[in-house]
Design a protein around this ligand. Structure first.
Ligand code: ARG
Length: 315
């Protein structure tokens, strides 16, 4: 018997993750972190392994970067860089405690032959830079500087939409907004339908990337977009921008937002999220997604969930 599988379509993903071998809370740089409460590192590792295994079971490719002692937040791979069209924009962390993570992640990509750009402006990778179809949604307010949004736009030749975060509990964009469909990125299209010229300043001696099939002209309408976000995390002006651009987006409840339910990972069909986000799970199912609850409670001690632990590589 064949079963029909209606609903949104999955797009295979390529992820980078970092085992939380040295995970702990030894400093406090967001309101979720509390040095006074001991962390169960072994529990964090087993939750992380489960998350990785879920991705593998879904058929996604997962690579790993070696964790480094003294960098307890390195498990939050999403902050390590942002990769669009195979072009790696390095992270430049706001807090000195995390500063060495930027070069560590950049080296991982450079060692594997990626074209890399070393950031001049403070940005915390996919924590604040989320690809949604052919645009990049960019958070600011707590970590990433607005000037980094411009740097990213120049690098990728894509429109970057600035969104201002106003609640310190939602200090990164990925704590308040999730791209449910379209995070793999859509081709950039110039008005004539052709991909715009490559705008990135290339490192010395680097050849421009070859014409890649994913840059071939395609109607933007072929890439469906879907989003969920928590409106009160954003300034009134940014709430307007979101409402105008994404009128059909799901608005998360406060309960879901306060368990970092929006720090979820979607492959366009399956959404991996914390089991604590109960309303959100129901809303996703109504929209046709398959929900997969993965407990990341011990990783929440540092202020992150599934998405924070997952860097998407778009090559
Ligand atoms: N403790 C880390 C910090 O405050 C948590 C980062 C979570 N990552 C994320 N993508 N939101 O920087």
């Amino acid at each position: 018997m064949t079963t029909s599988t209606p609903g949104p379509t999955r797009v295979p993903r390529h992820y980078l993750m970092c085992r939380p071998t040295y995970f702990t809370v030894s400093y406090e740089i967001n309101p979720w972190m509390d040095r006074a409460r001991p962390v169960d590192t072994a529990l964090a590792v087993s939750q992380w392994e489960r998350l990785r295994d879920v991705y593998l079971d879904l058929g996604h490719r997962v690579e790993q970067i070696a964790p480094e002692p003294g960098l307890p937040d390195m498990v939050y791979a999403a902050n390590g860089a942002t990769v669009v069209d195979g072009l790696v924009y390095s992270a430049l962390f706001r807090h000195p405690e995390r500063a060495p993570e930027g070069p560590a992640y950049l080296k991982w990509f450079a060692d594997r032959g990626y074209v890399t750009h070393s950031a001049d402006h403070v940005n915390e990778g996919e924590g604040d830079l989320l690809v949604a179809g052919d645009v990049v949604l960019a958070g600011t307010g707590f970590r990433t500087e607005r000037s980094a949004h411009q740097e990213a736009a120049n690098l990728w030749g894509r429109e970057v939409v600035t969104l201002e975060l106003v609640d310190p509990r939602f200090y990164h964009l990925d704590t308040a907004l999730v791209v449910l469909r379209g995070s793999e990125g859509a081709p950039r299209l110039a008005p004539g339908g052709a991909p715009p010229p490559f705008l990135a300043p290339l490192p010395d001696g680097a050849a421009p990337p070859p014409e890649a099939p994913h840059l071939a002209p395609a109607p933007a309408a072929q890439v469906p977009l879907d989003l969920a976000y928590y409106p009160p995390a954003f300034s009134p002006a940014s709430q307007e921008v979101l409402a105008e651009r994404f009128p059909d987006a799901h608005h998360a409840t406060e309960d879901d937002a306060l368990v970092l339910g929006l720090n979820a990972v979607s492959d366009g069909r399956h959404v991996v999220h914390t089991p604590a986000a109960t309303h959100f799970a129901g809303a996703l199912a109504e929209r046709g997604y398959e929900t997969i609850a993965v407990d990341t409670s011990e990783l929440l001690r540092g202020g992150g969930g599934a998405k924070c632990c997952t860097l998407e590589i778009r090559s």
